[in-house]
Design a protein around this ligand. Structure first.
Ligand code: 26W
Length: 812
C-alpha cells in the first residue's frame, strides 16, 4: 500500500489530455495516453521528491553521488507504478477508460543510455538506494543517441541510430533555472601570488554549458524519491555576460564553442578503450558538471570544506569519471584556496573507485598530449599528484625498486606518455573495490598488486546485485504473485526472506505450479520468437539461453561449437540427444569488433542449416533474438531453463545476468568465474552445472596451451572444427568462417575454448538427462529462486553504504 491518495490520479490524467494536449479523450493516441498516465505518475514522484529533499536537507544528511558515463535504466512506467504501489489501481482506472495498461506500457521507449553490465548495475543501484531510503543520486550524461539498435541483415549485424526523444520524455525534467559553465582547452599561465606561492591561472579557455535534466527514482512503497541527474551539453545563445571579464564580451563569444556534440552519442564499446578525444571531453564534461552541482548544493548549507567528506561521498563507476580526482583538487586548491595537503585529504576521503574489468584492452589510458590540450590545468595537477605520490613511495621505502615505481606511477613512460586512469583513481580514493569476490582478489593479486601491498586497507569487495523489483516483481508477474501467495509480500523489499520458499520443497502441487509458470513464460517467448524470426520453437523443449554482449571471453563460440557437435551427432552418428532443445542467443557486438560480428554471423548460419534440416526432427532449434536491451531481457530471462555463464575463468568480473536468470528459476551452466562462484556457494553444487578450468588452472594452463593437441586428440572436436572450416554453414559465401577456425586453432588462443570443450559437452549431457526428471528439475529450480536472496542489489548497496560511503537509511 502506498501512503498517498489515488483519487487525484484520474484528474491529472484527464487534465493532461484536455489542457496540455488540448485534445478530447476520443482523439488521444496511444502515445498521448501513455504520456497522460506518465504525467499523472510523475506528479506523485515530484511531490514525494520534495518531501524527500526536505527531509534530507533538514537533517543535513550525508549524500552519495554515483558518477557514471552509463545508466541503463529501461522503461519506467511499469516500475514506477509498482514501486509506488499503485499498479493495480491504475490498471482498474484505465480499464474504465477502455485502456489495457499491460499493452500501454509496451508503447514506452527503452532509453539505452548504456552498453551492458556496468550501466545496468548503476540503474539497479539507484533503485536500491531509493528503496532503502538512502540519499543516493546518479550523475550521468543525457545522450541524444543511446546504444545503437541492432538489426540483422542476412545474418550480419547492422547498426542503426537509436535516437532517444529525450526532449519529449515524460520522465525527464529539464531544469531550466540551472546550468553549469565548464571551461575547457586554453592554457595555464604560471604566476606568483603575494606570498610568493605558485598561483596558476587557466586562461583562454572555451566554454561548455551543461544543463541538468532529472529522472526521478522512486523507492519501494513511495517513501523516498531520489533522482538521476543527466547533463545535456548546450550551446548557449544567451550566456551570462557577468561571468566574463569586463569589456571582454567579444572574446567571450568567441570562446563559446559548439558544445552540443558532447552529449550527442554514447560510445558503443564495453571492452575496448576508445581513445577518442570526444570521449575524454565527455568524461570531463560529466565530472565538471557533477562536481559543480555537488559543491553548489554543499555550499548552500556549509561554509567551510573541513567536513566536506562527512557530507559528500562520490563513487567512480570504473575509471571513466576518474578526472574527478583532479577536478576536485582544482576546485579546492584553485577556487577555494585550500592548502594542498588538506585538499588532498578531503579528496581521498570523498572518492571511492569501483573496478569492473580486468581486460587489459579495457584499461583506460590517455596520451598526456591530449590531456594537456583539453584540460591543461588538470594535467598539471595530475603531474603534481604523481610527483608527491612518487616521493612518498621513496620516503616510505628507500629500497623500493624502479620497476615498482614505474608500475605505480600515474604516468606510463614510452614513445607517447600516457596517463593511467586506474592509477589516478586508486591514488585519489580511500576505497577500491571489485564486483565479485574472485574479481576483487584478482584486482589485488593480478591487476595492481603493488598498490595492494602499499594500501591493503583500501581494497575491498562488493559483490554485485540486481533489483528484485525489476528483475522479479515487474518482469515475471506470474512468479511474483506465486511467491507472494506462498510467503507474503515482504520479499520484494527484502529479498533475504525468499529462502522461506524452500519450506515448500516437498510439495508436489507447489512444484507443479512453478513448472506451469515457467511454461507460460516460455510460451510467451516462443510467441515472440515466432513473431520476430518466423521460427517455431517448442515451449516443451529445454530453453537454453545465452544473452549478453558478444565477446570472445564470454565464449558464445563454445556454445556454438557444442550445438554443432549435437547436430553432427544426430545427423552423422544417428545419436539420440535426449530431450529437444532450443538454443537462444541475444546480444550486441561493438561496431568495430569484427570477430564478434563474425560470431553473430556464424550463429545465424548454423541456425539456418539446423532449423531447416528434416533429419534433425526438431530436436534442436537455434534462435538469435536481435537488439538485446533491458526490455528484451525482461522477456527472455523469465523464460529460461538453462542460463549460459561460460566465460573463461578469470575474465568476467562478476556478471549480473547470471543472478537474474537464477532468481527466475533457471539453472546455470557456468565456469567458476565472477559471481558464478558465489551463486554456486549459495544454491549448492548439486543445483548448478559447473564445468571447466578454474582461475588457477587457466593461469597454469596458458603458457603451454596448444589447441592443436585438443583438435588432434578429440575426434568430436575435430569434426566440429572441420565443419566450421568447410562451407557446410556458408555455402552461399564460401570460406567466411575460416578465420573462426584459425582463431580457435591459433597458438595461445586466449579464451581456451578447446580446453574446456569436453567438460562443457559432458555437463550439457548431464543437463539433458536431469531435465527428464521433472520433479528433480523443478526442485532444483526452486532452490535457485529461494537461495539467491543475497544477489539483491539492496544487499550490495547496504554494504557500500556501511563500508565505503558512510550514508544511512533515512525514512524520516
Ligand atoms: C572505455 C570502454 C569501456 C566501457 C565500459 C571499457 C569497459 C567498460 C565496462 C567496465 C565494461 C563492463 O560493463 N563491465 C561489466 O561490469 C559489470 C558490472 O560490474 C560486471 O558484472 C561484468 O562482469 C563486467 O564485464
Amino acid at each position: 500500500m502506498s501512503y498517498f491518495d489515488f483519487s487525484n490520479f484520474e484528474t491529472s490524467f484527464n487534465n493532461y489530455i484536455k489542457y496540455i494536449l488540448g485534445k478530447q479523450f476520443e482523439h488521444a493516441s496511444k502515445n498521448d495516453q501513455l504520456n497522460a498516465v506518465s504525467y499523472a505518475v510523475g506528479k506523485y514522484l515530484i511531490d514525494i521528491s520534495y518531501d524527500t529533499q526536505k527531509r534530507y536537507q533538514e537533517n543535513d544528511v550525508k549524500r552519495l553521488h554515483y558518477l557514471s558515463l552509463e545508466f541503463l535504466i529501461g522503461r519506467l512506467l511499469n516500475n514506477n507504478l509498482l514501486n509506488l504501489g499503485i499498479y493495480k489501481r491504475c490498471k482498474r482506472f484505465l480499464e474504465t477508460k477502455g485502456i489495457d495498461l499491460d499493452l500501454l506500457v509496451e508503447e514506452e521507449r527503452d532509453p539505452a543510455l548504456g552498453n551492458g553490465g556496468l550501466g545496468r548495475l548503476a540503474a539497479c543501484f539507484l533503485d536500491s538506494l531509493a528503496c532503502l531510503n538512502m540519499p543516493g543520486f546518479g550523475y550521468g550524461i543525457n545522450y541524444d543517441y543511446g546504444l545503437f539498435k541492432q538489426v540483422i541483415v542476412n545474418g550480419y549485424q547492422k547498426e542503426k541510430p537509436d535516437y532517444w526523444p529525450n526532449r519529449r520524455s515524460p520522465w525527464l525534467i529539464r531544469r531550466t533555472e540551472e546550468r553549469y559553465m565548464v571551461p575547457i582547452y586554453g592554457r595555464v599561465e604560471g604566476s606568483v601570488d603575494r606570498d610568493g606561492e605558485y598561483n596558476p591561472t587557466w586562461t583562454n579557455w572555451s566554454l561548455l554549458i551543461g544543463r541538468p535534466h532529472d529522472i526521478l527514482v522512486a523507492g519501494f512503497e513511495g517513501r523516498t524519491v531520489n533522482y538521476l541527474r543527466l547533463f545535456t551539453a548546450e550551446a548557449s545563445e544567451d550566456f551570462d555576460i557577468d561571468i566574463f571579464n569586463d569589456g571582454d564580451y567579444f572574446k567571450a563569444v568567441g570562446r563559446k564553442i559548439k558544445s552540443e556534440t558532447i552529449s550527442k552519442i554514447l560510445y558503443p564499446s564495453d571492452s575496448k578503450e576508445v581513445g577518442k578525444e570526444l570521449r575524454l571531453v565527455q568524461e570531463y564534461f560529466l565530472v565538471a558538471c557533477s562536481l559543480k552541482d555537488i559543491i553548489r548544493k554543499y555550499e548552500m548549507d556549509h561554509h567551510t570544506f573541513d567536513h566536506f567528506h562527512n557530507k559528500v561521498a562520490i563513487q567512480l563507476n570504473d575509471t571513466h569519471p576518474a578526472l574527478a580526482v583532479a577536478e576536485l583538487m582544482r576546485i579546492l586548491v584553485d577556487e577555494k584556496g585550500i592548502q594542498w595537503e588538506t585538499a588532498w585529504e578531503i579528496t581521498k576521503k570523498t572518492l571511492g573507485y569501483t573496478n569492473h574489468t580486468l581486460l587489459p584492452e579495457a584499461l583506460e589510458t590517455w596520451p598526456v598530449t591530449i590531456l594537456e590540450r583539453v584540460v591543461p590545468r588538470h594535467m598539471q595537477l595530475i603531474y603534481e599528484i604523481n610527483q608527491r605520490f612518487l616521493e612518498y613511495l621513496t620516503v616510505r621505502d628507500p629500497d623500493i625498486t624502479i620497476e615498482s615505481i614505474a608500475k605505480m606511477s600515474i604516468i606510463q613512460e614510452g614513445p607517447v606518455k600516457q596517463v593511467r586512469m586506474a592509477n589516478l583513481a586508486i591514488i585519489g580514493s580511500h576505497s577500491i573495490n571489485g564486483v565479485a569476490r574472485v574479481h576483487s582478489d584478482l584486482v589485488k593479486t593480478q591487476l595492481v598488486p603493488e598498490f595492494y601491498r602499499l594500501w591493503p586497507e583500501r581494497f575491498n569487495n562488493k559483490t554485485n546485485g540486481v533489483s528484485p523489483r525489476r528483475w522479479i516483481a515487474a518482469c515475471n508477474p506470474g512468479l511474483a504473485d506465486f511467491i507472494t501467495e506462498a510467503i507474503g509480500r515482504r520479499w520484494v523489499g527484502d529479498l533475504s526472506r525468499i529462502w522461506e520458499l524452500e519450506t515448500f520443497e516437498n510439495d508436489p502441487g507447489f512444484l507443479d505450479r512453478l513448472g506451469e509458470i515457467k511454461l507460460a513464460n516460455k510460451e510467451a517467448l516462443a510467441t515472440l520468437i515466432r513473431k520476430k524470426l518466423f521460427l517455431n520453437v517448442d515451449p516443451q523443449s529445454i530453453f537454453d539461453i545465452h544473452a549478453k554482449r558478444i565477446h570472445e571471453y564470454k565464449r558464445q563460440l563454445l556454445n556454438v561449437i557444442h550445438i554443432i557437435h549435437l547436430y553432427l551427432s544426430i545427423k552423422e552418428d544417428g545419436k539420440d540427444i535426449g530431450h529437444p532443445r532450443t538454443f537462444i542467443f541475444s546480444g550486441k557486438a561493438a561496431p568495430g569488433y569484427h570477430f564478434a560480428k563474425l560470431i553473430i554471423k556464424l550463429i545465424h548460419s548454423v541456425a539456418n542449416v539446423i532449423n531447416k534440416d528434416p533429419d534433425i526432427h526438431d530436436m534442436i532449434k537455434v534462435a538469435f533474438l536481435p537488439d538485446y536491451r533491458v526490455t528484451l531481457a525482461e522477456r527472455i530471462i523469465p523464460a529460461a531453463d538453462v542460463s549460459e555463464q561460460i566465460s573463461t575463468a578469470g575474465m568476467e568480473a562478476s556478471g549480473t545476468g547470471n543472478m537474474k536468470f537464477a532468481m527466475n528459476g533457471a539453472l546455470t551452466i557456468g565456469t567458476l568465474d565472477g559471481a558464478n562462484i558465489e551463486i554456486a556457494e549459495q544454491v549448492g553444487g548439486e543445483n548448478i552445472y559447473i564445468f571447466g578450468l578454474t582461475v588457477d588452472e587457466v593461469e597454469a594452463f596458458r603458457p603451454n596451451y596448444e589447441p592443436k593437441t585438443f583438435y588432434d586428440e578429440d575426434p568430436d572436436l575435430k569434426r566440429v572444427l572441420k565443419a566450421i572450416y568447410s562451407n557446410l554453414f556458408c555455402s552461399d559465401e564460401p570460406g567466411i568462417f575460416k578465420p573462426v577456425f584459425s582463431q580457435l586453432m591459433g597458438n595461445g588462443e586466449h579464451y581456451l575454448h578447446l580446453a574446456d570443450f569436453r567438460s562443457y559437452v559432458a555437463t550439457q549431457l548431464k543437463i539433458g538427462n536431469d531435465y527428464k526428471d521433472r520433479a528433480k528439475w523443478l526442485s532444483m529450480s526452486l532452490k535457485n529462486i529461494a537461495r539467491t536472496g543475497m544477489f539483491s542489489s539492496d544487499r550490495a548497496i547496504q554494504e557500500y553504504a556501511d563500508g565505503i560511503w558512510g550514508i544511512r537509511s533515512f525514512r524520516g
